[in-house]
Design a protein around this ligand. Structure first.
Ligand SMILES: *Cc1c(COP(=O)(O)O)cnc(C)c1O
Length: 433
């Protein structure tokens, strides 16, 4: 493959954009090499500036669950396009969007639209603090909740991969209010709660983690959090920016049967346009302005183009629940195929998967939290990543990310992925000997 156009664009980009990218994980820093610059995408494929084609396993980090440039979403955007692009005043579609979200995710009784997952999480903890009158929050090591100051403590993926688990520019004062526990460790949570009586406003958690690679909650973990929160008057926030509308119509909370007080949403909810949302119990959401005293606002929140795309996306998912069966089948075929190859090559690597998310960890340890995820051989992952890219499969450029499957992936794509996987694993191990 030739990457010369991408390489020259990256050289230009680095002159004017920090690191040449507008979000750090795109920079290929943890896998080395030059990022490919994408020109267009359709269905299951990405096409770069040099004309290379890749099978998509990231899908814009989740949103493109129906595949790229889906005709229904295109049509929805095209329909509203002539009516101008922003009003800064309420619209019918925002009402319909709120109705649809609350319908699909019953724990959400009221919802506020924002422009990103970061904004959703930042606003949700502010609401929890305002509602409880408490200051501290608990988050889990390796969970990512966007880049607001309070969350850049043991923040997983991007932050970890860049070698700065705690960002400069976050004050000690803010950091002091963020307590962290290992994922899947209820005892650690209980210890934090006991040590800070009446001070914890909320526990925020990815009910299935995508941001240290795909990591599942162990039996009883989410239920245990619910119990602790009920007992201590703590607001339980599920960050479903990744899992919402991906693992099921009603997100991870539907699958695991645990009801959070607040939920944060993003990614899929915008159909590829910049949208986030947070919502949950009425009495908590009513602490937000203009009803309550927790201030939160947004000039472009509920933007008509974004609402058109998001509404079309959610409608498609709401009306076609078989999409989730399809997604799980595609993912299972891929995961099963990789497992067979691992066996054939006598490799002990760990694969975690659920629904349409999976990660291949280059470790023989079971991966249940950030510490075990970090036992992965990231150098080997970097080599694997580039082999796959050369063979036309676009993976997330970090060991500590989940992959996201779309329904656009066909059986012949799966075959291509599995063949690339087997060749790549074989090659990196031959080179390693
Ligand atoms: C992506 C993500 C965010 C941040 O969303 P942005 O739209 O990138 O700001 C927050 N939480 C989780 C779980 C995410 O995966």
């Amino acid at each position: 493959m030739n990457f010369s156009t991408s390489q020259s664009l990256f050289e230009r980009a680095k002159q004017l954009i920090p690191g040449g990218v507008n979000s750090p994980v795109r920079a290929f820093k943890s896998v080395g090499g030059t990022p490919v610059f994408i020109k267009r995408a359709e269905g299951a494929y990405l096409y770069d500036e040099d004309g290379n084609r890749y099978i998509e396993l990231i899908n814009s980090w989740g949103p493109m669950i129906l595949g790229h440039a889906h005709p229904k979403i295109q049509r929805a955007i095209a329909e509203v396009l002539p009516h101008s692009f922003s009003y800064g005043a309420p619209t019918r579609r925002e009402v319909e969007m709120a109705e649809l979200i609350c319908h699909m995710m019953p724990s959400v009784e009221k919802v506020r639209m924002v422009n990103s997952g970061t904004e959703a999480c930042m606003s949700a903890i502010r609401a929890a603090r305002g509602y409880t009158g408490r200051n501290k929050i608990i988050k889990f090591e390796g969970c990512y909740h966007g880049h607001a100051d309070s969350f850049l403590i043991s923040a997983g993926s991007g932050a970890y991969t860049m070698g700065s688990p705690d960002s400069l520019g976050v004050t000690q004062g803010v950091a002091n209010d963020t307590l962290t526990a290992p994922y899947n460790d209820l005892q650690a949570v209980q210890t934090l709660v006991d040590a800070n009586p009446q001070q914890i406003a909320c526990i925020i958690v990815e009910p299935v983690v995508g941001n240290m690679g795909c990591v599942l909650p162990q039996a009883g973990f989410l239920e245990g959090l619910r119990k602790i929160c009920d007992k201590e008057g703590i607001v339980l926030i599920f960050d479903e920016v990744m899992t919402g509308f991906r693992l099921a119509r009603g997100g991870a909370q539907e699958i695991f049967g645990v009801k959070p007080d607040l939920t944060t949403l993003g990614k899929i909810i915008g159909g590829g346009l910049p949208v986030g949302a947070y919502g949950g119990r009425k009495e908590i959401m009513d602490s937000i302005s203009p009803v309550g005293k927790v201030y939160q606002a947004g000039t472009l929140s509920g933007n008509p183009l974004a609402m058109a795309a998001g509404y079309a996306m959610l409608t498609e998912l709401n009306e076609n629940p078989q999409i989730y069966t399809q997604l799980a089948q595609i993912t299972q075929k891929i995961v099963h195929g990789i497992q067979q190859t691992l066996q054939k090559l006598s490799l002990n690597y760990t694969i975690n998967h659920i629904g349409s998310m999976y990660s291949l960890f280059f470790t023989d340890k079971q991966v249940i939290n950030f510490q075990t995820a970090k036992t992965s051989n990231t150098q080997l992952f970097g080599k694997y990543f580039h082999k796959m890219l050369q063979k036309g499969v676009y993976l997330a450029p970090s060991q500590f990310e989940s992959l996201f499957i779309s329904v656009a992936i066909s059986d012949s794509d799966i075959e291509h992925i599995l063949q690339a996987n087997e060749e790549s694993l074989r090659e990196i191990h031959q080179e390693n000997i």
